[in-house]
Design a protein around this ligand. Structure first.
Ligand code: EPU
Length: 432
């Protein structure tokens, strides 16, 4: 019988040394999808070695792309894409599969793929993606959990006005618009840095795009997009996770390879709590808060505190004296880690979208389960500073978004190791 891998750690770790941030998962996913638009060989650097990326690349290969590594670069050749349908067996493995909607529809005038489905953090509707594509002339239907979109005479440029800013929805419309002759306007667009990184690639391919990083974006597309070569931006959530680790146990923890300007609000919050942070260029040095104070946190879209940092911040607040609160404004059901943190001795109560955290002197190590990627990261942080041993199950969810998390923490002094069979992270070295 296969023993599923777990992470184990002994508690009360001090983190000292330098930890490096990898390339961004959530920037890599749409950029991989965007390569479908140009029928060329594209070269990507700094693509992280993660399960989500492996699965995205497998879908690309199913569509007909050639994906292979050469000298640490990922080459993606998309001239021979012949398939415009994605089977449920592939699409359901990764929510990012929704990012194929815009590029495949733009390339073929037809796409069929399964609804990516709900997940542990909420229902995650895609109505805004569909609304946007309809505004570009698509005929979209949703039947039995399958999305079918047609634009038999081709999509046309237009005006898309989102009711809520959506990151992958904005990416889908940007990608479609970049390959259409003419001008498309996107209003109430997502402003996240991952959108800016995608736009940088679309500009390299030959589209003219203004306004990325703001809520109004203008895209002048072209039907003859060129090949692109790009270095993926640093992962701002991985960087933020290490900053929280530093605030918990850094003496000091030095973080390199991140982008400081993506962390402005998080840095302010950690300083308000009592952590000491020094910044030099893109090097961030975090000393743990010796006299931490309770704080109030609300998640928001960029440049606010990301929902993807909410669980990790909750671990940090669990042992801060006094009463802290966290309000989750992005996803309606993103508090599954509360149960696990409470099993470790935390005192957290959830009232709708608000969690009230009564600081306890220490967390106690035990066996816990990762319910989603960021919840898993929060449990790693909890295990690192708890008293006694912690074992985390279902760690494949952590491998979706953190590259070699146990090696990186072990290198800065943590007692953490992986046990059991199963792949460690997941990017096979794709061969030509
Ligand atoms: N929403 C709608 N309708 C839509 C789309 C979104 O109502 O058609 C709502 C959502 O329910 C949510 C809000 O809009 O309340 C924002 O959702 P968004 O669409 O921006 O999320 P996403 O694009 O599906 C990306 C990241 C998530 C991250 C969110 C928020 C990727 C692949 N995923 O998801 O990352 O939490 O943006 O920043 O980029 C993670 O990495 O752990 C992760 C979950």
């Amino acid at each position: 019988m296969t023993k599923r891998p777990v992470l184990q750690m002994s508690g009360n770790n001090i983190l000292k040394g330098t930890i490096r941030v990898s390339g961004s998962k959530n920037a890599s996913l749409p950029i991989l999808a965007a390569t479908l638009l140009n029928r060329c060989e594209n070269t990507l650097e700094n693509v992280p070695n993660l399960l989500d990326i492996t699965e995205m690349c497998s879908i690309m290969q199913h569509l007909g792309a050639k994906v292979y590594h050469l000298n640490d670069r990922l080459h993606v050749q998309t001239s021979d894409i012949t398939v415009n349908e994605i089977p449920a067996s592939l699409a359901r493995t990764i929510r990012g599969s929704i990012l194929f909607l815009g590029p495949l529809l733009a390339r073929f005038g037809y796409v069929k793929l399964p609804f990516p489905g709900g997940c542990a953090i909420g229902t995650r509707p895609i109505d805004q993606h569909l609304k946007g594509l309809r505004a570009l002339g698509a005929d979209v239907s949703l039947d039995g959990g399958v999305i079918e979109a047609k634009a038999l005479t081709g999509l046309r440029p237009g005006e898309v006005r989102f009711d809520v800013p959506t990151v992958t929805g904005t990416a889908n419309i940007l990608m479609a618009a970049a390959s259409l002759e003419g001008t498309t306007f996107i209003f109430n667009a997502a402003r996240e840095p991952e959108i800016v990184d995608l736009v940088t690639v679309l500009i390299k391919m030959g589209a003219l795009v203004k306004g990325a990083g703001t809520s109004s974006i203008k895209v002048c597309g072209t039907s003859s997009l060129k090949p692109a070569s790009h270095r993926i931006m640093a992962d701002r959530i991985e960087c933020g996770t290490y900053m929280v680790a530093g605030a918990l146990a850094g003496q000091p923890l030095t973080i390199v390879g991140g982008i400081v300007t993506h962390q402005t609000i998080l840095q302010k919050k950690l300083e308000e709590l009592g952590a000491t942070i020094f910044v030099d260029g893109n090097t961030i040095m975090v000393y743990r808060a010796t006299n931490p104070r309770a704080i109030t946190i609300e998640t928001a879209s960029f440049p606010g505190i990301p929902t993807d940092m909410q669980a990790q911040l909750m671990t940090l607040l669990a042992t801060v004296p006094g009463i802290s609160t966290i309000t989750e404004n992005i996803f309606e059901n993103r508090f599954e880690h509360v149960l696990e943190l409470n099993r470790m001795g935390a005192q957290i109560r959830v009232h709708g979208r608000k969690a009230v955290i009564i600081g306890v002197p220490t967390l106690i190590g035990t066996t816990v389960r990762a319910s989603d990627l960021r919840a898993g990261a929060a449990l790693v942080l909890a295990g690192l500073c708890a008293n006694g041993y912690t074992m985390i199950e279902d760690i494949s969810l952590i491998d979706r978004g953190y590259e070699s998390i146990e090696d990186k923490f072990a290198d800065v002094g943590a007692s953490i190791w992986r046990e059991g069979l199963g792949s460690k992270a997941g990017l096979p070295r794709f061969q030509e």
